[in-house]
Design a protein around this ligand. Structure first.
Ligand code: FES
Ligand code: FE2
Length: 418
């Protein structure tokens, strides 16, 4: 990956330089080039955003039984998320307290105890060291060598972690909303029917910016536009009278079934939940608009639930439909490299080949993800040019991008100013 522009004399990018650039940025314009392609700035993002903020880490239904675990890597930091013997979801640093070996080497698994592969130090699922062999001597105090904990919270079946070494940012309000809005779906009794991992050669902020607007949808997303109505607010100046009438009609139905739909925001622009109808007569994000899974989630009786859109900055968005949920996770890998993981969730008792066809389930978002990857990679290539200078966002079509960039700039500024 090219991360430096050869021959260019420039100041090394440190904390002061970033603070200067953020202070001088033009509001409602894209960021300076270095924010999208520079290794120093990427390191600052990883330290100031991804090692501090709450991150969407996975779903509780992925670790349904005691001892089930999943792992993920945020930069150099490996993390184990495990369902403990007491049913609590724990997150630990995946680093042995003996000499630091990684402990869980697989992406998923099931264990009775967490055993380090190097010298077999053994930890309970809650992180306590319970065995270190005779070699450490009889005076060895195991209580001092528990796995280092990672902040971990769950709500509505979603798992969030924070690598903050002290108090993480607040999240309680959002978790209350998530529990309420996801209650109809009963995600503890769901399963991941399909998972895709896409590597995009673009900075993580370009990936999120692309997701935060539908200015590009008409030209690029024919499959998605079979179901999606791009407005997510009846106050959107572009929203038609027909759209407003459709929202009012569906809200009456949702209200009767006690399905939450009202717009909720928490912590400024960081978290957002809203339910919006899909196109008239469409029940799911599928090629034909029909449900992809016959067995509906949780207590849902009618598949006509539109799409509940959940945003969690910096690394996740979801669409919760009547028959399935699509959850997206963004993991930065380098200044110009990002992993996008997509999970399609259905009822845990839905039978593949009977209730759903995985090929049909994933079709619209596989196509959309790939279209977005190409847009993001082209965006990165153009941003890398010496001709790139920050450009203006549309306040009408790209307000979501403005919200994201403002949140990013303010969050990083606050972190660097401490
Ligand atoms: S490094 Fe884990 S037991 Fe030695
Ligand atoms: Fe897109």
């Amino acid at each position: 990956m090219a991360t430096r522009i050869k021959g260019r004399n420039r100041r090394p990018i440190d904390r002061e330089v970033v603070l200067d650039m953020l202070a001088q940025r033009t509001p409602d314009y894209s960021l300076e080039q270095a924010f999208y392609n520079d290794q120093d700035l990427f390191d600052i993002d990883m330290e100031g955003i991804f090692s501090q903020q709450w991150l969407f880490a996975g779903l509780t239904c992925e670790i349904p039984k005691k001892g089930n675990y999943l792992t993920l890597d945020i930069g150099d930091n490996g993390i184990i998320i495990v369902r403990g013997d007491d049913d609590t979801v724990y997150a630990h640093h995946n680093t042995c307290r003996h000499r630091g070996s990684k402990i869980c080497l697989e992406h998923r698994g099931k264990v009775a105890k967490l055993v380090c592969p190097y010298h077999q130090w053994t930890y309970n699922t809650d992180g306590q060291l319970i065995y270190a062999g005779q070699e450490m001597g009889i005076d060895f105090d195991k209580t001092k060598f528990s796995l280092k904990p990672v902040h971990c919270r769950t709500a509505g079946g979603y798992i969030y972690i924070s690598l903050a070494s002290s108090a993480p940012p607040p999240i309680d309000d959002f978790l209350v909303d998530m529990a309420h809005y996801l209650e109809p779906y009963d995600l503890e009794n769901a399963k991941v029917a399909v998972e895709s991992v896409m590597i995009e050669e673009a900075n993580w902020k370009l990936v999120i910016e692309n997701n935060r607007e539908c200015y590009h949808c008409d030209a690029s997303h024919p499959e998605l536009l079979g179901s999606l109505l791009e407005w997510d607010d009846t106050h959107d100046p572009r929203a038609s009278e027909e759209f407003k009438a459709l929202v009012a009609e569906k809200q009456l139905l949702w209200h009767e079934d006690n399905i939450p739909y009202e717009h909720k925001s928490a912590y400024g622009n960081r978290n957002r939940i809203v339910r919006m109808p899909l196109k008239m007569g469409v029940h799911s994000m599928t090629m034909d608009g029909k449900v992809a899974c016959k067995k509906l989630l949780g207590r849902i009786k009618s598949p006509d639930l539109g799409s509940m859109r959940i945003l969690h900055l910096p690394n996740s968005w979801s669409h919760a439909l009547g028959d399935h949920i699509i959850a997206f996770q963004v993991i930065p890998l380098g200044p110009q490299l990002t992993k996008v993981v997509t999970k399609w969730l259905v009822h845990k008792d839905a039978a593949e080949g009977v209730d759903y066809d995985p090929v049909n389930l994933r079709k619209v978002w596989d196509a959309t993800n790939d279209q977005d990857r190409i847009l993001g990679e082209n965006n990165q290539l153009g941003v890398n040019s010496q001709a790139y200078t920050p450009g203006p966002y549309s306040k009408t079509f790209e307000f979501g991008v403005i919200n994201f960039v403002d949140w990013y700039a303010e969050t990083l500024q606050n972190h660097l100013s401490i």
